[in-house]
Design a protein around this ligand. Structure first.
Ligand code: XMP
Length: 517
């Protein structure tokens, strides 16, 4: 899926690498993240419009420090090194990188020494706040390089080569704490690399639809719909390319939110005229889950049952099914090429429509492999999907099963569905839905004493969770106006039988996760 222009981001291990990519995409320039092990031949073939070397936790003097081929500096392609990336540039250029007297974290003010090029639009001699996070630093610009900015603790806060298009910044222009960071990155993209801002949802849809139509000339494709944004957008894209040769399958595992199945049916059957098959497998799933309390065991059973049900449904679609559509997003793709590549601890076994048996005779179509979540939403809008699908909060594959702590049964699913529906209704009514990344209710496995009328009650506790986030990787709890929170609690306790207490979760991720299981 080639864009005409593209920025290559080499991931040297920073937690902020994805943020760099987001900022570049927000400027409507296509970019990809790759490990630093890509050799110079590969980079030439990739033909980047510009290269960004990310930050990273290493010191250039570490034995296993990630590095880049020095030939990179001779390609004639503009390079911007950020933090560790800048130190690497200095190191490759024969300069010296030293341990800073003190590690520098957080806000610093830099003084602009040259208000042009990378700092076009900044007055020479002016100061601007930036976000620093480094242990090492470049003390003196290497021979042939000039200093563009400095701060009290960092004598070379930004530098450039005098004749080649090579630049480095010690601070992080990609984080929100560097308020004018986007300008600096855009100066690099547009003034230095000469990139054009042509990466737009409209272009993406046009190109992707053409490519899918070219690829799937005969036969059928199937797509599992979950009610979430990703599978909905993937299905709508493929449908635009091949029409009713796409069949969508919604496996109702009985653990969906209230009204979710009906909404998917309305949108896809009604508005988009999709060939949608709904498989009601709630009995089967609840049977598998009976008596199971362990979160990982719940996830495992749901994942396996899902695969069985989906595959049975897929076989019924016909013999001419050659393709399976999946809503895989870019963050899932990049993780698998992380420069460290090592196994990271399994926090939760994610269940998605993916993970089907490898011997299934389907080729994969993953039209969203290049996109971040917010871009998926823009593409959904471009395709004319209704706002309540495009804007909806993420929902986990295992559904309400991981929001009912302890054993899952029909009665508890119904209790949670009611509480959750009230919660979301009130959030929408207060106009807060779009401020929140994800909001949901959780049914706890404890009972507490209450009093209703003159009677003692011994009822369920519902926890409310709402978080803000950019990508679900880190999250903060949402600061609800207290009157809204109070109104939600009152309604849930009054309207949902057997619930007599509501609590609000004020944990961030990390150390908590977004879901409770
Ligand atoms: P956690 O709870 O790990 O969740 O902080 C991060 C994001 O991922 C969603 N999530 C899932 N999504 N299948 C999914 O498709 C899963 O098994 C799954 N588990 C968690 C979660 O809702 C949040 O948005």
């Amino acid at each position: 899926m080639s864009a005409t222009q593209r920025i290559l981001i080499m991931d040297l291990g920073a937690q902020y690498t994805q943020l760099i990519a987001r900022r570049v995409r927000e400027a409507h320039v296509y970019c990809e993240i790759h490990p630093p092990t890509r050799d110079i031949g590969w980079i030439r073939d990739f033909a980047p419009t510009g290269i960004i070397l990310s930050g990273g936790p290493s010191s250039v003097y570490d034995l296993d420090a990630p590095t880049a081929d020095p030939a990179l500096l001779e390609l004639g392609v503009p390079v911007l090194g950020i933090c560790y990336g800048m130190q690497l540039l200095a190191h490759l250029a024969g300069g010296e990188v030293r341990q800073a007297g003190e590690r520098e974290y957080g806000r610093a003010d830099i003084e602009i020494l040259k208000g042009e090029g990378l700092f076009e639009g900044f007055a020479t001699g002016s100061r601007t706040p930036v976000w620093m996070s480094h242990g090492d630093r470049v003390d003196v610009a290497p021979a042939g390089w000039e200093v563009l900015a400095r701060s009290a603790n960092t004598p070379v806060a930004a530098f450039r080569h005098r004749t080649k298009p090579l630049f480095g910044v010690q601070f992080h222009p990609e984080v929100v704490h560097t308020p004018r960071g986007p300008e600096i990155l855009q100066n690099f993209l547009f003034r230095i690399c000469g990139a054009r801002p042509d990466w737009t949802p409209g272009h993406f849809v046009e190109r992707t639809v053409r490519e899918i139509a070219d690829r799937v000339r005969t036969g059928r494709a199937i797509c599992g719909l979950s009610g979430g944004v990703d599978s909905a957008v993937a299905a709508a894209l493929v449908q635009r390319a091949i029409g009713r040769r796409l069949t969508c399958i919604l496996v109702d595992h009985g653990l969906l939110r209230r009204g979710e199945r009906e909404q998917v049916e309305r949108t896809f059957r009604g508005e988009l005229n999709t060939d949608l098959r709904v498989v009601d497998a709630s009995r089967r799933f609840l049977g598998e889950l009976a008596g199971i309390e362990d979160p990982e065991e719940k996830r495992r059973r749901i994942g396996h049952t899902f695969i069985d049900v989906f595959e049975e449904a897929a076989r019924e679609v016909g013999d001419d099914v050659g393709y399976l559509v999946q809503g895989t997003l870019y963050p899932d793709v990049i993780e698998s090429v992380s420069p460290r590549g090592g196994p990271s601890a399994t926090i939760k076994t994610h269940h998605n429509v993916g993970g089907l048996r490898p011997d299934l005779p389907f080729a994969l179509i993953e039209p969203l492999r290049e996109l971040f979540k917010d871009e998926v939403r823009q593409v959904g809008r471009e395709l004319g999907l209704p706002e309540d699908i495009v804007r909806r909060h993420p929902f986990p594959g295992p559904g309400l099963a991981v929001r009912i702590l302890g054993p899952v049964d029909e009665a508890r699913v119904s209790t949670l569905q009611q509480a959750d529906a009230i919660y979301l209704e009130e959030i929408r009514a207060a106009g807060l839905y779009d401020d929140i990344w994800q909001a949901f209710a959780v049914l706890l496995p404890v009972r507490s004493v209450g009093v209703m009328g003159d009677f003692r009650t011994y009822g369920n506790v519902v926890a409310l969770r709402a978080v803000t986030s950019q990508d679900g990787m880190t999250a903060d709890w949402y600061q609800f106006p207290h009157d809204v929170l109070g109104a939600i609690a009152t309604r849930i306790i009054n309207e949902v039988k057997d619930v007599n207490r509501v609590v609000y979760d004020v944990s961030s991720k990390p150390p908590a996760t977004i879901e409770w299981e």
